[in-house]
Design a protein around this ligand. Structure first.
Ligand SMILES: Nc1ncnc2c1ncn2[C@@H]1O[C@H](COP(=O)(O)OP(=O)(O)OP(=O)(O)O)[C@@H](O)[C@H]1O
Length: 267
């Protein structure tokens, strides 16, 4: 029997029906992610990153191919795959604690009431949000909402954490602070992560591998590059490492030379 990676995407093709006929977004994507590996997915706007992530989340059904997680076929959404979206998607009428608690109640079979509360607070502590546990989303800054969204996702103890441009709407300094939170979480929890980003530095700083997608339609994986930086990582130390510079340079050449942004090609 074939030995599969923890998360295995095999020949994923996604076609969407449109008025003009079938639109092929992804063409035969193979991707393997090991347990505890952090993979960043990068590519120009519209290439199909969200479609790929949504297929892993079970929200988009591949036209061809299959996805396996821990040896099991993925064909519907499930709590073993928690998603952090760019838009935090917290319920506005619940406090931060209640938002996280809701996810915990869905997944924490066997834990009693006190244990669930402890687990919620523990996860809020991991993202430094215990002080805001009683606030509602409307009372939080963008960065705090994303912290709460991350706490909610990791509190589900998912097999894989899926992040779709989680910091895309944040200013540069808040974004850096959230990247530090994610690096800290990765050092402590060693989650299996698939994260979409448009930011080359973010991809190199956070990921063990940067997977670069070609421009669509019929996007494929153009290059899959390991980032050989030891963990735990520190942004100041990392930027002076040759491994950082090499990975960054490879991604920039890919995005701005080999597969230039289709929106600027006509210019
Ligand atoms: N439901 C759909 N029906 C038809 N076409 C779709 C559908 N969803 C996505 N597409 C198309 O598939 C392609 C990939 O879209 P997708 O949102 O995955 O790209 P992306 O790389 O995540 O983009 P961005 O970086 O701008 O978020 C695009 O051309 C998009 O227009």
């Amino acid at each position: 029997m074939k030995q599969r990676s923890y998360l295995a995407l095999e020949g994923i093709t996604v076609e969407f029906p449109t008025k003009a006929g079938r639109f092929c977004a992804l063409d035969s994507i193979d991707l393997e992610v090991g347990k505890g590996e952090f993979v960043a997915l990068i590519g120009h706007s519209g290439c199909g990153k969200s479609t790929l992530l949504n297929a892993v989340a079970g929200l988009v059904k591949p036209t061809r191919g299959a996805i396996f997680l821990n040896g099991e076929l993925v064909d519907a959404p499930g709590p073993d795959r928690a998603v952090v979206f760019q838009d935090h998607s917290l319920l506005p009428w619940l406090t931060v604690e209640e938002n996280v608690r809701l996810a915990v109640d869905k997944t924490a079979g066997g834990k009693n009431k006190a244990e669930r509360k402890d687990w919620v607070m523990h996860n809020l502590e991991l993202v430094q949000m215990t002080h805001a546990a009683a606030k509602r989303p409307g009372e939080l800054s963008g960065g705090m909402k994303q912290r709460a969204g991350i706490a909610r996702a990791i509190a589900m103890n998912p097999r894989v954490l899926l992040m779709d441009e989680p910091f895309g709407a944040l200013d540069a300094l808040t974004r850096a602070a959230l990247q530090d939170v994610v690096m800290d979480l990765q050092a402590r929890l060693n989650n299996t992560v698939l994260m979409i980003t448009h930011d080359v530095d973010e991809a190199v700083l956070l990921a063990d591998r940067v997977v670069m997608m070609t421009n669509g339609p019929a996007a494929r994986i153009g290059e899959d590059r390991p980032v050989a930086l030891a963990r735990p990582r520190n942004r100041i130390e990392a930027i002076d490492m040759p491994e950082y510079a090499e990975a960054r340079s490879a991604v920039i050449h890919f995005l701005h030379e080999r597969y230039r942004n289709p929106a600027t090609l006509a210019a």
